[in-house]
Design a protein around this ligand. Structure first.
Ligand code: F6P
Length: 319
């Protein structure tokens, strides 16, 4: 069956609007209509669609967030929720769906594809960069650059005042942002959910450095490992040294997407439409080297995305 009308559902992070633009224009180039789903899976269950034509996606490539709005939708985890979503798709004569988002959104996409046999293609987009099988998701580069900009400013004051700063970045289960920011920011320490670096060892290192005359440190911590306040409290309690904290929070998910994210989103958005047209569904599109590939959902987990241990060793050698 050939595809005539596709729907597009998104989460929010840098580059998602560039992906929307790419999907809409790639679809137009194939003569397909596109309906945007408003507010993610909530909107899908409620049947909230907005038609998107070439014009409607002008001047959005540089915008953060998602013009379609988005929402967390626990109800879509249930069979009832998924059936409501399917009913909306069918009522609007949609015969293919592109989902742009992270693990939660892609799990919904996978259920629609595998349990309900609906043609779906995913575009990995999450600042956490934790989608199995995907080396780099849309939004991750922007998040790292936003966090790095903040961290560079913190370093100015940390150095001037000879202070210890603990900077908390996002990443509930994955320390990818923390590791990238720590490496790019030339930080002394990084605490990750995946690696058990005892706080006592961190404090011993700070004490040894202080004895040599070292006066300022930046410790990056991923939110999934501990809060900045907990780490700073432990460091002060053990070393007696003053600490300050900065929690970067949601600023990492917003902002103008980097050139890298815009281009990645453009490539993957286009590839998602091409996959639907070719009947390759039930998977996601990803970049492997400089080639875009389709990967079935069931093949996820084959590729290890980062080598935490070697990056951590590099950080310690260079700091
Ligand atoms: O999944 C991406 C992420 O940005 C996490 O790093 C963060 O913990 C979470 O989303 C916060 O999102 P929200 O405030 O929307 O629940």
């Amino acid at each position: 069956m050939s595809v005539k009308r596709i729907a597009l559902l998104t989460r929010d992070c840098g580059g998602v609007n560039a992906a929307i633009r790419a999907v809409v224009r790639a679809a137009a180039a194939r003569g397909l209509e596109v309906l945007g789903v408003v507010r993610g899976y909530e909107g899908l269950m409620a049947g909230e669609f907005v038609p998107l034509d070439r014009r409607s996606v002008s001047n959005i490539i540089e915008l953060g967030g998602t013009i379609l709005k988005t929402a967390r939708a626990e109800a879509f985890l249930t069979d009832e929720g998924q059936k409501a979503g399917l009913a909306s798709l069918r009522a609007n004569a949609v015969d293919g769906l592109v989902v742009v988002g992270g693990n939660g959104s892609l799990a919904g996409a996978r259920d629609l594809a595998e349990r309900h046999r609906f043609p779906v293609v995913g575009v990995p987009a999450t600042i956490d960069n934790d989608v199995p099988g995907v080396a780099l998701s849309v939004g991750a580069d922007t998040a790292v650059n936003v966090a790095l900009d903040a961290l560079d400013k913190i370093r100015d004051t940390a150095t001037s005042l000879e202070r210890i700063f603990v900077v908390e970045v996002m990443g509930r289960r994955c320390g990818w942002i923390a590791m990238q920011v720590a490496l790019a920011g030339g930080c002394e320490e990084v605490l990750l959910p995946e690696k058990d670096t005892p706080i006592e060892a961190v404090c011993a290192e700070i004490e040894a450095g202080a004895a040599r005359g070292k006066a300022s440190w930046i410790i990056v911590v991923a939110e999934g490992r501990a809060s900045a306040a907990e780490v700073a409290g432990a460091v002060t309690a053990r070393t007696g040294l003053e600490t300050r904290i900065a929690v970067l929070g949601h600023i990492q998910r917003g902002g103008r997407p980097t050139a890298h994210d815009r281009i990645l989103a453009s490539r993957l958005g286009h590839a998602a439409v091409e996959a639907l047209v070719a009947g390759r569904t039930g998977g996601l599109v990803r970049l492997v080297g400089d080639r875009v590939e389709f990967m079935p959902f069931e093949a996820a987990g084959e590729v290890k995305t980062t080598d935490i241990e070697s990056d951590y060793r590099l950080l310690k050698i260079l700091s």
